[in-house]
Design a protein around this ligand. Sequence first.
Ligand SMILES: Nc1nc2c(c(=O)[nH]1)N[C@H]1C(S)=C(S)[C@@H](COP(=O)(O)OP(=O)(O)OC[C@H]3O[C@@H](n4cnc5c(=O)[nH]c(N)nc54)[C@H](O)[C@@H]3O)O[C@H]1N2
Ligand SMILES: Nc1nc2c(c(=O)[nH]1)N[C@H]1C(S)=C(S)[C@@H](COP(=O)(O)OP(=O)(O)OC[C@H]3O[C@@H](n4cnc5c(=O)[nH]c(N)nc54)[C@H](O)[C@@H]3O)O[C@H]1N2
Ligand SMILES: [Mo]
Length: 717
Amino acid sequence: MCGLDVKVEDERVTLIRGNKDDVWTKGYLCPKGSALGHLHHDPDRLTTPMIRDGEEWREVTWEEAFQRCEELIHPIVEQHGPSALTAFVGNPAGHSYSLSRYLSQMIGPSGMPHIYSAGTVDQWPKNVTSILLYGNQWLIPAPDIARTDYWLLMGGNPHASGGSLMSTPDALGQIEAIRARGGKVVVVDPRRTKTADVADEWIGIQPGTDAAWLLAIINVLFEEGHVTLGHLEGMVEDLDAIEIACKDFTPESVASLTRVPAETTRRIAGEIAAASAASIYGRIGLCNQEFGTLASWLIDVLGIVSGHFDRPGTLMFANPVPFPLGWLASTKVNGMPEFGKWQSRVRGAPEVLGQVPASCLAEEIMAPGPGQIRCLINVAANPAISVPDSARLEAALPHLDAFIAIDNYLNETTKFAHVILPGPSPLEVPHFDDLLWAFATRSVGKWSEPIFPLDRPDEWEILIRLGQILAGKHDADTDVAAIDDAWFSMLCQATGIDPAKALPLYDHGGPERMIDWSIRVGAFGDRYGERDGVTLEDFKAAPDGLDFGPAVPRAEEAVCTPDGKIHLAHEYLLSDLPRLRARLDASVDGMVLVSRRHLRSKNSWLHNVRVLVKGKDRCTLLMHPEDGARLAIADGSTARISSEAGSILAPVELSDEMLPGVVCLPHGWGHDKEGTRLSVAREHAGVNNNLLAPGDFVDTLSGNAAVNGIPVEVVPA
Ligand SMILES: Nc1nc2c(c(=O)[nH]1)N[C@H]1C(S)=C(S)[C@@H](COP(=O)(O)OP(=O)(O)OC[C@H]3O[C@@H](n4cnc5c(=O)[nH]c(N)nc54)[C@H](O)[C@@H]3O)O[C@H]1N2
Ligand SMILES: Nc1nc2c(c(=O)[nH]1)N[C@H]1C(S)=C(S)[C@@H](COP(=O)(O)OP(=O)(O)OC[C@H]3O[C@@H](n4cnc5c(=O)[nH]c(N)nc54)[C@H](O)[C@@H]3O)O[C@H]1N2
Ligand SMILES: [Mo]
């Protein structure tokens, strides 16, 4: 989403800078953006499809590659039917218009009963709370930090991540600005991050206990008469149930569990009540934990009951320029979700919003019987590293009869594939960000032309062709344009546009036509001439982007529950409170592990880009000096870290930024595997922290992985 100025000489990118005239980022840029040229020119990046024969990889034509997919997939479909097929969808699908808009065109025709995704190691708890509270799983309110005077930031570290489910340029600059205008920023995290360093206050919290702490704050608001719904009065139900739910959770009763002194909790409650516009925000640290759904839910509840919701400076619903495809669904039309409609075959894990924990995939590949997974389509994911209990998945992948990867690297996951179909580099495709504008509190849109031509199929076409092969058809018979037209027509109909009117306006299909559609049916679009508004042409004429201003209160328009109201206390959510309540009486002891991110990484990849990995080793175990002294572990020495799932070695960095009793490893490392093509990453291999994450350690309500708060033992190695 950052505006880039890309300088190209003789077909090579020589410099990338932040575009000062960009209406959104105004010159701000993180190191990932400035390294896109290096990524593009990385000699290890795949640009030709590859087929594996035993240990050997062979570059082939696209026709041969799809032919091979057919040979591998058709016998499985014939003998076992679609229940033997699945897909794993990874994070970069969210950055790519082509992948995210066309995934359904692979999954739908294939008939695969369900898929796995990085979503259950990420935001699944938030999806659950959003569908229950607002009627759509992707209607997730974002903190309006540009206008807030109080930012309570829990389990997020924008210094590294740039912000997540909160699209903003220069989050640290925003913190400075909040403080400069007399506001306050409080960071709640087991680690005193670099974000905490620029904030006013850091509150060190025991991992996994945020829900209890948030209940205690809400308790104080009720006790002290600070509960106010403001303009949402009449739209919010179940306030009484919330008051009852937080009764047992007082600042005093949660103090030993959370390790937050009662007076701090009371003071923060008072500060939230007194703030004129507070943004309450929780991110990956609140989702990827044992009580992920409760914590994610209570973030919104706290915002709503303190009157800090749907107003400038508080949690707000975005009003994005491109219409989010995910917003088409609503519980008003489809009814409230049922959870646990089916269970996973082996573990019996209940389905939540159509998925079970990503860690289930390993056993679904290994366990024989009807429904055994024999074919995996891996789309922009590296689950051999990113999924909990990754050693089991890594051991399972070679057992697949057909493993097709759409990926740009031969890495820890794709090395097991039978066929790799490479996607384009970001500089070879047009870009109009889509998904992430749904979490921004400004309405902006920007179009970028591709910088280099693409001389091979783009990913949307790959997905369409694979979808037909999975449906048992011959690739040679696939009419990509016809399927694309049908998909486009369906979307037109779903948004009240006559396809017969829209289709003739375009001389070609693909993502660009979809972008135009999403702009035209979006908040500021012309609805194909029904009203005054913008089209893609307007953005093409404005390379620095078009800005339609800050978010406006729109809960009434956005919420799409059956009765249009926000029901704060759904039974499904309340049902998990006794489990949390029981923790208040348990004592906290032993060491726990949390994850962290790095500014110059993106999960498990970008480690093959030299400018992004050079410098000192980043894959270290952070540990408080007191723990180091107690365990006789010196700074710079190697420790053995063991959990129920596995045991690994890592160099130790003693630092008082950790809460004693909590250790921290980054995720996404472990590039020392044989058979990959990652020459730079291999030199900076690090170790995979998901070897320590037990696959069944999940947030009960969402099935989301609890990769934070893992009980571990640490000893000198
Ligand atoms: N322990 C622990 N585990 C975690 C987390 C954690 O905090 N701690 N975080 C979790 C989170 S939030 C996430 S999102 C997941 C991420 O999990 P994944 O999505 O599985 O992992 P990534 O490292 O993002 O893998 C991206 C893959 O996409 C490929 N790729 C990059 N760009 C493109 C492209 O344009 N097209 C295609 N086709 N491929 C591309 C890369 O080569 C790489 O193989 O990890 C999760 N795992
Ligand atoms: N540069 C860069 N940017 C990224 C990524 C990247 O890898 N590199 N990954 C992207 C992805 S996929 C995502 S999902 C986002 C995530 O964005 P963020 O949520 O900002 O992710 P992190 O930087 O991992 O920060 C999570 C914080 O939660 C804390 N934490 C852990 N457990 C708990 C807990 O129980 N309670 C509390 N209160 N805090 C806890 C950790 O110590 C850590 O500081 O970042 C995205 N942006
Ligand atoms: Mo993520």
